[in-house]
Design a protein around this ligand. Structure first.
Ligand code: F6P
Length: 313
C-alpha cells in the first residue's frame, strides 16, 4: 500500500530495465520483444484459428498462429538495430540480420510454444534467449537475458538479465507493469509436472516420481511448457520434468528454444535445472535441433531426481 499523501506509480518494463540494467541496447531489445508480444496476444485473442495455407473470410492468406508469431518477432528483431543473428523454433536455419556482430546480440526464440493448445483454449507462451555476439551455439550459462511471455487469462512477462527474476502483467493499455520483483523458489515443493508417457520412463525416473507421490506431491500438468514452468516458478516450489524416455533418450524439449532460457530463469530464482546427470546450462549446443531430458524446479527435488537416475538410470 502506498503511504498516505503519496501517489503509487506503476513501474513499467522499460523503467524497470533502466533501473536494473545499464545496457541500453539490451533494454531496447527486451522492450522490442515485449512490444512484439502485444501483437501476438492480439492474434491469439482475435485471430481465426486457421492453418497455414488457407484463406480467411476476405480471401487473404491466413497464417497459423505459430507462423504469424514467428513473423511478428522476426520483423521486430530485424529492425531493432541491435541483433546479429536470430534462430527460431519455426525455422530450419539461422537468420543473419547483421554480419557485424560486435556489440550486438543473438536471439533464440520459440514464438508460440505449445501452439496446438490454442485450439482447446489453454495457455501458451513465447520463450526467448539472448546472447552477446553472433554465436547462437553457446552454453546456456552465457545467456545475458532470458524471458517468456505467458498468454493465459492474463498476459504476463517474466525476465531476467542475471539480476533476479521479475514478473510483469499487461494492463488495459497493453503496457507491462511490474507485479513481482525478485521471484524466489523454495528448496523443495509439493507439485510435480511430468511430461512424456509414464510407461516409457526409465527405472530411475519412475522411482523418483513414486518418491514424489509418497511425499504428497500433487500432479499439475497442462501440456504447455510456459504455463507449467510459470506455475513452478511463481508458486516457488515443485518440479517440471520431461525426462529421457525408453524410445527418446533425449526427451522432447529443445535446448536452444525451451530449456536454456527456462533453466536460466529458474536458476536465477534459486532453483536448479538438470538433464538428470548434468546441469542444463553447461551443455554446449551442437545444432539448432538439440534436445535434452530435463528436471527443473526446486533445488532439492532436482538433486533427488539426479540421485535416482545415478543409481537406476
Ligand atoms: O514442445 C512443445 C510442448 O507442447 C511443450 O510446450 C510441452 O511442455 C510439451 O511439448 C508437451 O509434450 P507432451 O504432449 O508430450 O506432454
Amino acid at each position: 500500500m502506498s503511504e498516505p499523501g503519496k501517489t503509487k506509480f506503476q513501474v513499467d518494463l522499460r523503467r524497470h530495465l533502466r533501473e536494473t540494467d545499464e545496457n541500453r541496447d539490451l533494454t531496447r531489445l527486451i522492450c522490442e520483444i515485449a512490444d512484439a508480444s502485444k501483437y501476438i496476444v492480439h492474434s491469439i485473442r482475435t485471430g481465426d484459428l486457421g492453418v497455414a495455407g488457407t484463406s480467411n473470410l476476405y480471401g487473404e492468406e491466413q497464417l497459423a498462429l505459430d507462423v504469424l508469431s514467428d513473423r511478428i518477432l522476426q520483423k521486430r528483431l530485424s529492425h531493432s538495430g541491435v541483433v546479429a543473428n536470430i534462430v527460431s523454433e519455426e525455422r530450419p536455419d539461422i537468420i543473419t540480420v547483421s554480419t557485424e556482430s560486435a556489440g550486438k546480440y543473438s536471439v533464440a526464440f520459440d514464438p508460440l510454444d505449445g501452439s496446438s493448445l490454442v485450439d482447446v483454449n489453454l495457455a501458451v507462451g513465447t520463450i526467448v534467449s539472448i546472447y552477446e555476439g553472433g554465436d547462437v551455439f553457446q552454453p546456456g550459462r552465457n545467456q545475458v537475458a532470458a524471458m517468456y511471455i505467458l498468454y493465459g487469462p492474463r498476459s504476463t512477462l517474466v525476465y531476467s538479465t542475471g539480476n533476479g527474476v521479475h514478473e510483469f502483467a499487461m494492463n488495459a493499455l497493453s503496457e507491462y507493469t511490474l507485479i513481482r520483483e525478485n521471484v524466489t523458489m523454495a528448496n523443495a515443493g509439493g507439485i510435480y509436472s511430468p511430461g512424456g508417457q509414464r510407461n516409457l520412463y526409465s527405472a530411475g525416473t519412475e522411482s523418483f516420481v513414486q518418491d514424489l507421490e509418497a511425499r504428497g506431491s500433487k500432479l499439475r500438468y497442462s501440456g504447455g511448457f510456459v504455463p507449467d514452468i510459470n506455475q513452478v516458478l511463481m508458486k516457488g516450489k515443485g518440479i517440471f520434468m520431461y525426462p529421457h524416455l525408453k524410445n527418446a533418450p533425449n526427451g522432447k524439449l529443445r535446448l536452444l528454444f525451451e530449456l536454456n532460457p527456462m533453466a536460466f530463469l529458474i536458476e536465477q530464482a534459486g532453483g536448479a535445472a538438470s538433464t538428470g546427470r548434468e546441469r542444463i546450462l553447461d551443455l554446449k549446443p551442437k545444432s539448432i535441433d538439440d534436445r535434452a531430458p530435463v528436471f527443473i524446479g526446486a533445488k532439492d527435488d532436482v538433486a533427488r531426481a539426479e540421485e535416482f537416475i545415478a543409481k537406476q538410470g
